[in-house]
Design a protein around this ligand. Structure first.
Ligand SMILES: [Fe+2]
Length: 199
C-alpha cells in the first residue's frame, strides 16, 4: 500500500511561537501521518473478513477524516511559515480576490482574526477557495475535520488547538498568538496555494 509521507518543514525563528512549541507540534503532525497510514493498513487487514470486522471497520472509516485532515491542515500551517514573513503584494491575484470578497485586506484580516479568536473550542480558522463558485470563503473547522467545506481547497490554515499556543502565550494570550501568526506568515506561500488551486 502506498503510504503518506511525513513532510519536513524549514521553519525559521518565529515571533512569539517558541522553537520548543514548534518541535512538539511537529511531533503531533507526525502522529497524524502515522495514524492516517495506520488506519488504511488496518482496514486492509480487516477487509479479509468484512462481516466479522464490520463494527471495527465502521469506526475506522469514521475516524479516517480526523487523521487525514489533521495531516493536511498541519501541512498548510507549517509550510506557511517557511521562507520567513513576507507580505501579500498589492498586485497579486490573491490580494485582488480578497479585495473583491471583503473590500480590503484589512477588512479580511479583521474578520478572520475575530473568527479565530472568538470561536470557542478547538479547531482551525481556514481560508478556502471555492472551486465551483470561484470565490474565497473563511470558516471554522472543529477538531480537524468537522466543518470542512466540500469542493473547497484550504489555502490558509490557522491552528487554534491549544497545543499551538498555550505553552508560549497562556490561554489568555490567544489574541496575541493570532496576531503573531500573521506577523510570521509568508503570504507568498498562501499566494502559491491559491494560484495552484485556481490554476
Ligand atoms: Fe496542531
Amino acid at each position: 500500500m502506498k503510504n503518506f509521507i511525513e513532510q519536513k518543514f524549514n521553519i525559521p525563528n518565529l515571533k512569539g511561537i517558541s522553537a520548543k512549541t514548534t518541535e512538539e507540534h511537529l511531533k503531533l503532525y507526525a502522529g497524524y501521518v502515522k495514524n492516517t497510514n495506520g488506519i488504511l493498513e488496518m482496514l486492509g487487514k480487516l477487509s479479509a473478513d468484512p462481516a466479522a470486522n464490520s463494527y471495527a471497520m465502521g469506526e475506522l472509516h469514521r475516524r479516517f477524516s480526523f487523521e487525514y485532515n489533521g495531516m493536511r491542515n498541519h501541512e498548510i500551517y507549517f509550510s506557511s511559515f517557511e521562507g520567513g514573513a513576507k507580505s501579500l503584494s498589492a498586485g497579486s491575484s490573491l490580494r485582488k480576490a480578497i479585495e473583491t470578497e471583503t473590500g480590503s485586506l484589512d477588512n479580511f484580516l479583521s474578520a478572520f482574526k475575530n473568527m479565530a479568536t472568538t470561536t470557542r473550542g478547538i479547531g482551525w480558522a481556514i481560508l478556502w477557495y471555492d472551486r465551483k463558485d470561484k470565490r474565497l470563503l473563511a470558516s471554522w473547522v472543529d477538531e480537524q475535520h468537522l466543518g470542512q467545506l466540500n469542493d473547497c481547497k484550504a489555502i490558509l490554515a490557522l491552528d487554534m488547538w491549544e497545543h499551538s499556543y498555550v505553552a508560549d502565550y497562556q490561554p489568555s494570550g490567544k489574541k496575541q498568538y493570532v496576531e503573531d501568526f500573521f506577523t510570521n506568515l509568508n503570504w507568498e506561500k498562501i499566494e502559491q496555494n491559491f494560484s495552484e488551486t485556481v490554476g
